[in-house]
Design a protein around this ligand. Structure first.
Ligand SMILES: [Zn+2]
Length: 344
């Protein structure tokens, strides 16, 4: 408990650093630059669903994490980002923020951008009524703002749960000044049968397919995402990628000057060949073993309820679903899965 508390304090005090200056980690990818964006000028980003995306140069990536904070991996991912001097954008769930306010404060103290992702993460945004929509959006913002204790630290960025957009939802979010964040690339780290190497490969392949740039959507609440992240960051650096941090414009910090066409997503003319991972399987196994040891540890000084432990072990899946898939699952050795990952 004490060790975790010390990590919380030390990391909360850490100052931002760029790629050339990441104390104690010369191999860190770092954060190469910060872009300031104005939701009033660009209301929706992410080429997965919209014509525009964040105006990135070649080999630039924006890391985004959804669904935090949950025990224990939100903190593990924060440790990894701090060790690599990487700044990301978080889309927090209000009910989770209410349960773990200290972790929300840690995300803010370490310089990440904090947007919201609804109050309870219902997967019905595309068909819910106006009253429920307003309640989910405003409730999530209020809960995260309460956890932060300072509403001005909250970015007017919103990611729709399940990316289940509709014209009505988009119009409402724009009317209340929120910038909707879809994504350019998903690594599908929420899927049960995708392992760490699969997450890394999907992220790299799909960034390449998007023209070597884009917003990457991950979920920091999953152990395999935390296990994959150090290697993903290393692979990105090896391939010459740079991490870009996105923050909202304020009266004191106006939007970064850009041309309108820089925001328009254009698919590359040629689809690149799939990338080959340089991933060290032994390192992946070591990362995963470390993740699995982290059960029931102190969560930034906050007590973890039995309910939260259950959610952390098997996020949002009912018992019948687990039994069903346990009965159907074919045993597969991790080594075999990694070896054959090029062909799945
Ligand atoms: Zn989500």
């Amino acid at each position: 408990m004490l060790r975790a508390a010390v990590i919380c304090v030390v990391l909360a005090a850490a100052a931002p650093a760029d790629a050339a200056d990441c104390p104690g980690n010369p191999d860190a990818i770092g954060t190469s630059r910060t872009i300031t964006v104005d939701p009033a000028e660009h209301a929706r980003v992410g080429s997965f669903q919209y014509p525009e995306t964040v105006p990135l140069a070649d080999k630039e990536v924006v890391l985004t994490f959804d669904d935090a904070p949950r025990p224990v991996y939100t903190e593990k991912v924060l440790d990894i980002l701090a060790a690599n001097c990487v700044k990301a954008t978080y889309f927090l769930i209000g009910s989770h923020a209410k349960e773990f306010p200290k972790v929300v404060q840690r995300i803010q103290a370490e310089g990440h951008t904090i947007g919201t992702h609804s109050q309870t993460h219902p997967l019905t945004f595309d068909r819910m009524g106006a009253d429920r929509l307003q309640k989910e959006v405003e409730g999530g913002i209020a809960a995260v703002a309460t956890a932060l204790g300072d509403e001005t630290q909250l970015a007017p960025f919103f990611r729709i749960p399940g990316l289940l957009r509709s014209d009505a939802v988009d119009a409402y979010l724009q009317s209340v000044g929120l910038m909707v964040w879809s994504t350019d690339v998903m690594a599908q780290d929420w899927k049960r049968r995708i392992n760490e190497a699969g997450i890394i490969r999907r992220a790299l392949d799909r960034l390449a397919a998007k023209g070597n740039r884009g917003i990457l959507l991950l979920h920091d609440i999953h152990p395999k995402t935390a296990a994959a992240l150090p290697i993903l960051l290393a692979e990105l650096k090896t391939r010459g990628y740079r991490i870009v941090h996105v923050v909202p414009a304020t009266p004191e910090q106006p939007a970064t000057p850009t041309e309108p066409q820089e925001w328009v997503y254009r698919a590359p003319e040629k689809q690149p060949l799939p990338v080959l991972l340089m991933t060290d399987v032994a390192q992946l196994d070591k990362n995963l073993a470390e993740q699995r040891q982290m059960s029931g540890i102190d969560f930034c000084g906050e007590k973890i309820s039995a309910r939260s432990r259950r959610l952390f072990v098997d996020h949002k899946r009912p018992a019948w679903h687990r039994r069903h898939h346990a009965a159907k699952a074919t045993p597969m050795r991790r080594e075999a899965a990694v070896t054959t990952m090029r062909t799945d």
